[in-house]
Design a protein around this ligand. Structure first.
Ligand code: HEC
Length: 232
């Protein structure tokens, strides 16, 4: 029961936070459609405060959240004070750690690949993340560039796409791998395969620091790295 309640709340916090990044789908947003949706939702609101108080206030709460996601989906852009107050409310019932965990991609490569199909990656945003110039979840700066700009520590960023394509995927263990699968696994499960010649230094916690959008951006950035350095 408790776990179920928490899951609902996490879903709600996400509903509040994620649309800020502009995932809008305007189907059903014409004025008359909105009105009919509102009427339908209102039908669920039979707050029997005398009979079942707990259920009544829970319904009130959930419907409020549904109305908000409806408005967000239809393109409403909350103001900064509104976003702050939503965050403050969310944080009053879940911890920041739980919120971050709920937004992170985790390390299930197959599930991530499916989600990536729906997520457009921006190479420039990926470059900023990679270089620690934009924060990932929880405000952390990623240290990718720190290791990957020194060939003695890790494969160089330059040429990542080509190296994967021309060298890694040709190896028998990756016969059934797609390019993206190799790349995503390298990021969220670096220990699944470690490249000979390098010490297994890459941290295995990125799945908990990246949202699907962050990962899509990193993938887009690394896919743009198709120029091998001269000595390869
Ligand atoms: C502490 C050093 C370190 C950090 C930080 C680091 N990596 Fe790595 N990375 C490595 C090493 C070492 C390897 C090669 C050995 C292995 O496979 O683990 C590697 C391998 C990779 C590969 C596979 C490259 C290839 O040529 O097959 C990718 C892709 C990659 N890292 C991406 C990232 C991204 C994205 C980040 C940041 C989110 C990151 N790395 C952070 C050390 C690091």
């Amino acid at each position: 029961m408790e776990a179920k309640r928490l899951t609902g709340m996490l879903a709600l916090s996400l509903a509040l936070l994620i649309p800020v990044f502009g995932q809008s789908d305007r189907d059903g947003c014409a004025p008359e459609e909105l009105e009919s949706q509102r009427n339908t939702l209102a039908g669920f609101l039979s707050p029997d405060f005398a009979g079942d108080y707990d259920l009544a206030i829970a319904n009130l709460f959930r419907l409020g959240a549904l109305y908000q996601s409806m408005a967000l989906r239809c393109g409403y852009m909350p103001s900064e004070p509104e976003i702050d107050s939503m965050l403050e409310q969310a944080l009053s019932f879940v911890t920041l750690e739980d919120l971050i965990a709920a937004q992170s991609v985790g390390s299930d490569v197959a599930a991530i690949l499916l989600e990536l199909q729906e997520t457009y990656g921006d190479p420039l945003a990926g470059q900023l993340l990679y270089n620690g110039l934009e924060p990932a979840l929880g405000g952390v700066a990623l240290g990718c560039a720190g290791c990957h700009e020194n060939d003695a520590v890790a494969p160089l960023t330059a040429g990542t796409w080509t190296r994967i394509n021309d060298f890694r995927l040709g190896q028998p263990e990756f016969r059934d791998y797609s390019h993206r699968q190799y790349l995503v696994e390298s990021i969220v499960q670096p220990m699944a395969y470690t490249i000979p010649d390098y010490a297994p230094l890459m941290p295995d916690f990125y799945g908990s620091q990246l949202s699907i959008q962050h990962l899509a951006d990193l993938v887009a950035f690394l896919d743009s790295q198709d120029q091998l350095p001269d000595d390869e």
